[in-house]
Design a protein around this ligand. Sequence first.
Ligand code: PLP
Length: 295
Amino acid sequence: LELLDRLAAERKTRQDILLRITPGVDPHTHQYITTGTLDSKFGFPLAAGQAEKAVKQAMSTANLNLLGLHFHLGSLIFETEPYELAIELVLRFAREMKEKFSFQLSELSVGGGFAVQYTLDSKVPAIADYAQAITDQLNSLISLLELAHPRFIIEPGRAIVGQAGVALYTVGAIKEIPGVRKYICIDGGMSDNIRPALYGARYEALVANKALQAEESLVTIAGKLCESGDLLITDVNLAPVCPGDIIAMPVCGAYSVPMSSNYNVLPRPAIVLTDNGKSRLTRRRESYQDLMRLD
Ligand SMILES: Cc1ncc(COP(=O)(O)O)c(C=O)c1O
């Protein structure tokens, strides 16, 4: 807050801000994408009075204009209850801050986190279910606590773009260890999609050029990076696979490319936009020259 205040002063402006509150709510997603629990690197915790201290400081800081509060519980949240609980905690906090410091909650952001369906066995609430639960809770607490309706913000990321992206890989070597496992090695891996290696994310896949053929064998799709943990999907049923086949992995539109790297000094893949039979290259494949450009 001090740094923001100084920067705003240097620019001779009064900066609107929201304070990110850590409500201490577990959204029951993977630990690495949980952000609203007490023991988190993000936000000012409600517990132990740190959020209150931050509100007080922000309100008394000359070049900052505290417009409201924000929280983001985490990503890939399959339940609506964590939002309801966090809204209750944060609105009660806003009410308390109103009484103590005349704080006006003009804006409230409940962050992102709406889930998408990655695997056939996962059950995902409809966007309307999140919307209903969140707005019902907001409306009833706002009237109960006698607060003015704040400008309301949501920050969905994955739910907007996740299902828009399909990753395509070409099959290289195939290694079968009888009675143990069949590895299908592909020309990408944790450098273009770190999610399976980082937090055990699960996906479905199909052989794109044999999409109508029956799935006949249980295989593991292995990336080409030097880690044994570089497995994109462990145990997936695929149609008979041969070198040169194309493996399609749906729901790669979020948190794949932005989290990609040159791990093992691998070039990043191209991105192609397709719609209605038309396609356009939106990002070209990285070349080895690209990788050497800083040397
Ligand atoms: C503050 C904040 N808001 C929103 C999002 C988007 O989350 P999601 O893609 O789960 O909707 C993120 C993701 O990291 C975030 O950090």
